[in-house]
Design a protein around this ligand. Structure first.
Ligand SMILES: [Zn+2]
Length: 311
């Protein structure tokens, strides 16, 4: 099976020619340099054409990972791209005359983990990414759960703290406002100011802060312990609720925060039962997502296998 996989990220768009779950050739460009959806689609079509010209392989379909919600092969809403109702699927089909499948990026990553990664064989399971935001997907009875509008579950926006910190979505107290890397940086900033510790000024130093906080937590720095313990409490509150709803046999955690998995995972495993409904304690395994930067293309490939078969 040969396919074209497209991963539309807020920063980069990656286009890959994939054969038997391996990338044969790939190309990338800066998504934000083509901020208008029409010019973006022209650039995408040119990039796919160039990739196909070099390799002379005819793909069976195109699978696109979209950071947003999808209805009828249309991107109905992608906040980071500023897209509303962009008919991406139809335009690519019109151009290449092969099936085009659009899927929410977190859902594709979930299918990838389920078929090729840490969730293999776990027919009721969750992938949760702890990155700039908090996202993820759910496998229920062996199938991807999409909800009624294709973007479910919005794991980052379950409310874990009534009247709490304002979230990027405009609501208050969402899991993402606390358990994302940016949430952790916000908690650190609040506590640094309270404790008169200098908060790093540069954006790059702030981005490195989560990993540093986990290291200092391990070394026994009192303020880092306070910050990370609060982070863990919030994350566990969210995980406990998700376990009650989905009764998953496994939860895989991915995203930038998991660079510190050696410190974080043992604590989560030892404390999750305190946040879990009694009848469900000890049943759900928590592990690290395995696919990392491969999740988009393996997710795309797994979806193509489901839609058009393995040959
Ligand atoms: Zn929110």
């Amino acid at each position: 099976l040969n396919i074209i996989g497209v991963d539309i990220g807020g920063t980069n768009t990656r286009v890959s020619l994939i054969k038997n779950a391996s990338i044969i050739s790939a190309s990338r460009y800066k998504s934000f340099e083509y901020s208008e959806s029409n010019t973006y689609i022209r650039k995408l079509i040119d990039t796919i054409r160039n990739l196909l010209k070099d390799d002379n392989i005819m793909p069976s379909c195109i699978v696109v990972a979209v950071p947003g919600t999808i209805e009828n092969n249309t991107v109905s809403y992608a906040p980071n791209l500023g897209w509303y109702g962009v008919t991406l699927g139809n335009e690519l089909e019109h151009e290449f005359h092969i099936p085009v499948f659009l899927e929410n990026d977190a859902n594709l990553a979930t299918i990838g983990e389920y078929n090729y990664g840490s969730l293999k064989g776990a027919s009721n399971s969750l992938l949760i990414t702890l990155g700039t935001g908090v996202g993820g997907g759910a496998i229920i009875n062996g199938e991807l759960f999409r909800g009624s509008m294709g973007g479910a579950p919005e794991i980052g926006h379950i409310i874990i703290n009534m009247g709490g910190r304002k979230c990027g979505c405009g609501m208050y107290g969402c899991l993402e406002a606390y358990a994302s890397a940016s949430g952790l940086i916000k908690t650190a900033k609040e506590k640094y100011i309270l404790n008169k510790r200098d908060f790093p000024k540069s954006i790059s130093a702030q981005k490195e802060l989560p990993e540093k906080l986990f290291e200092d937590y391990k070394k026994g720095d009192a303020l880092s312990i306070e910050i990370i313990e609060e982070y863990i409490e919030h994350l566990l509150t969210g995980l406990g609720s998700l376990i009650s709803i989905f009764e998953p046999e496994k939860i895989a955690l991915g995203g930038g925060i998991m660079f510190s998995h050696e410190i974080l995972l043992p604590v989560l495993k030892s404390r999750i039962d305190d946040f879990t409904f009694p009848g469900l304690r000890g049943k759900c395994k928590i592990c690290r997502a395995e696919l990392l930067d491969k999740s988009a293309h393996l997710g795309a490939y797994a979806l193509a296998e489901l839609k058009i078969g393995k040959d």
